[in-house]
Design a binder for this molecule. Sequence first.
Ligand SMILES: NC(=O)c1ccc[n+]([C@@H]2O[C@H](COP(=O)([O-])OP(=O)(O)OC[C@H]3O[C@@H](n4cnc5c(N)ncnc54)[C@H](O)[C@@H]3O)[C@@H](O)[C@H]2O)c1
Length: 346
Amino acid sequence: MLLVTGGAGFIGSTIVEAALAAGHSVRVLDSLRSDVHGAKPEPDPRVDFVEGDVRDHAVVDAALDSIDAVCHQAAKVGLGVDFQDAPDYVSSNDVGTAVVLAAMDRARIDRLVIASSMVVYGEGAYRGPSGIVRPAARRIDDLDAGVFDPRDAAGDLLTPELISEDAPLDPRNVYATTKLAQEHLATAWSRSTGGRAIALRYHNVYGPGMPQNTPYAGVASLFRSAIERGEAPRVFEDGAQRRDFVHVRDVASANLAALDATKAQEPRTFRAYNVGSGDVHTIGEMAAALSRHSGGLPPVTTGEYRAGDVRHITASSARLRRELGWAPAVSFDEGMREFASASLRP
Ligand SMILES: NC(=O)c1ccc[n+]([C@@H]2O[C@H](COP(=O)([O-])OP(=O)(O)OC[C@H]3O[C@@H](n4cnc5c(N)ncnc54)[C@H](O)[C@@H]3O)[C@@H](O)[C@H]2O)c1
């Protein structure tokens, strides 16, 4: 039996659907965080649902009974409201992961797939006159002047590249720090217990069931909400920020491929994979596609910026395709068309 922590969430519930369709029996452990779930979701008779917190040792021990592999999705997500959220991020994400891993060790469960994120990289990879560089945070003077692309130390503007898993890791906020710590905990667990772990670094996940009106809502659902209110989506900077939008069903199939791969993986190993569509689009293009497919007002580009935002971050998912035989099934156009009218989580 497969345990999906956070299996009531946006991505977790899509993994549960895919796992059931593939013939797995599934247990879900989810605390149904009140800031994530307005009303409690209807119980699904096909799933053994445990309402409980991954930080609760006794609950996790019980939830691991008869489990072969764990797909750990439970986390406090998004950028949070301010630094006062830091203890909750660290507790939910890192203490929670440590409790799950310690319980897996006690239960002798050695297969783990853990949800990580592109945020572990910080800024994307860029090419400058001297080769591949990782730029420092953008200068406020540049942003005020509408110069949004980062520069290298010599002041030359840089061209974005796809980032691969071996790039240096540079988490730039509390959430990102906790996602990277989850990866490090999984690595330590695999080394010390003989476990086999895969971390999936999701890029910008979108699709049906995405949260809509929470502080953690992603940009795709913020645009959808604006269109539904009869407003034009407001695109920051010049709209040319490059992202890799990956459909939630493709993220679910990546999780199943990874769970399968842990069976053949060497004990005491940890491997990270980017999960992206490989099809780069800009935030402006995404907003335009949503407006077009929903018949809403076209987006407006505002030139506003948030100093902490990453300019471009796009993945190479070649490792995932090559080693796990995964390929995305939902194209950008198909996915955005569906997303324009899909039901979202209130
Ligand atoms: N959505 C994205 O674009 C994205 C990108 C990169 C990584 N991720 C990662 O994917 C995973 C799933 O994210 P999501 O977008 O589905 O978020 P979500 O908030 O929809 O789902 C998370 C689920 O975990 C549950 N949960 C949170 N803390 C818990 C705890 N302590 N104990 C038990 N359950 C708990 C919540 O109730 C929720 O149902 C997370 O680990 C997140 O960091 C998401």
